[in-house]
Design a protein around this ligand. Sequence first.
Ligand code: F6R
Length: 634
Amino acid sequence: MCGIVGYLGARTCAPILIDGLRKLEYRGYDAAGLAILDASSGNGVNGEPARLSVVRAVGKLSKLDDAVRDKPIAGTAGIGHTRWATHGRPTEVNAHPHLVGDVAVVHNGILENHVEPRRALMGDGRKFASETDTEIAAHLIDIELANGAPNLLTATKLALARVRGAYAIAVVSRKEPDVIVVAKSFSPLVVGVSDDEVFAASDVPALLAHTRDIIFLEDGDIAELRRGKVKVERLLVHGDGATERFSVTPVVRKPKRIDWSPTQAEKQGYKHFMLKEIHEQPMALEQTIRGRVLLEEGDIVAGEVGLSEDDAQAIKRVVLLACGTSHHSAIAGRNWIEAIAKVPANVELASEFRYREAIVGEGDLVIAVSQSGETADTLAAVKDAKKKGAKLLAVANVVGSAIPRVAHGSFYTHAGPEIGVASTKCFTTQLAALLMLAIYMGRRRGTLGRERAIDLLGRLVEVPALMREVLEGSEACSKIARRQLVATEAKDCLFLGRGLSYPIALEGALKLKEISYLHAEGYAAGEMKHGPIALIDPQMPVIVVAPNDVHYEKIASNVQEVRAREGRVIAVVTRGDATISQVAQEVLEVPPVDAELTPFLTVLPLQLMSYYAADLKGTDVDQPRNLAKTVTVE
Ligand code: F6R
């Protein structure tokens, strides 16, 4: 998705903006641009507008950086943007900022009602340079200023009252070089403050090198940023957005102190963020568990979840909603919730749930699982469920993001920033959060005894150490990736698992396809006979997730079926395995662990194999083609 940055202070802003955009590269983009105000050439007063320079480039950020190095731009206030094309092709004219009159605008999101205003404005003789929806906003602000709006803030409010859709927007004007106006509605936007400077960005990592005091703007907020000062108002549009009726109320948004260090958001010596994040998983899991496990009582501290004993007893059904990798952790969560809290649980793709006439309401606990907390489909699905009377709980990583804000309660994974587009540490920390929630509910519903809870939690706190053991074997994963996936020029792979290993098979297949561009299917092993067995041949690697649990015998039979058809088997098994290891071509062992906890370990070799296959193939591991980290549009 697009990334926005803004800076206002005493320093030359071009390098600060480019550095901020670099920290947002993980969101995915195909063009970038800056608009910089140089107040030394005019302060906007008495008809002396400041110089406003706009520079844009298609492709990687290095192109924009080169352009700015070739022709340095003076100025201490500006906005920047990385664009991921939604309306109009990835070209320089469609790249932001869009300049109309004295005003430059950057925007993330989609303005839904852009067609009619564009037609009307063109009818009035206005010329459009781009195919984007964003340029409408720039024209509308320019018109309001021409019609006598006293300042940029008012003009932006009047313009936004006429648009509908999702946006995070930042605006500057030649006439007010000491102001940036920002506004947010459904797309992420944060403001960073320090003594004499102010920053804006789509996400926190872009600001950490400068400040840790972050204001999380809410939907409907519009803010005027000045050096060291932030004035926030709430803009309420009445009607359908086609008219200018709106009300404005001042609000106080206090900065939150963010404890992620800037280096946490860097690669720390790893070749890719994804590899760093794979290796961070034991630490990330410790952060998720920290302070929440009451070992002696066999219980979980989770005040922020907002579920009393009565609430927990009253739950008739749990519905887990998520997309992508988060959907896979939600499947494991469903199994734990049913097994431990003994409550019926369904798991659904948010993108499907939101468009069918889903029956959900009172008595349902809806759990939204989302790393970013901003995924458009998940957000829309949970808002709908909340409206119908369900209780809403968010399992998210990004504190203060949209989904936790609409939820009645939240359970943060505290995994730290995840920069690699392919999710890894957020998957395993989601697993931990969901298991802890199942235990929390089980204790409150009386379905999980103290002794069993103590036992389970005692094993959960040992998981990070076991993960470290698995990660030490990363060399073997690299060799198998080379031998079986790259050297053989495999085109298709099948991942099989049962029970808690089924979501791991799905996740293994998703990781492989998204970063190495190999076709891969995750399947419930019991379904193999119902179709996929026809695919088995000596060329296709079959990755079998087969830890020592109740499904072991059954999956061992599946392995035999694959081998009988000369299929190549890569098996992930528990150390000491004697059966499957005998027949598989390649074996990856994980340490013995309680059957309920196997997903934390079995997913690691699959993440590593995918990583090494992609790295050997030379793909862009951290920013795979066509993918965006945070999917804030449908
Ligand atoms: C895959 C991946 C995506 C996300 C999905 C949901 O590696 O990262 O499939 O899991 O886009 O994102 P969140 O969890 O932010 O809602």
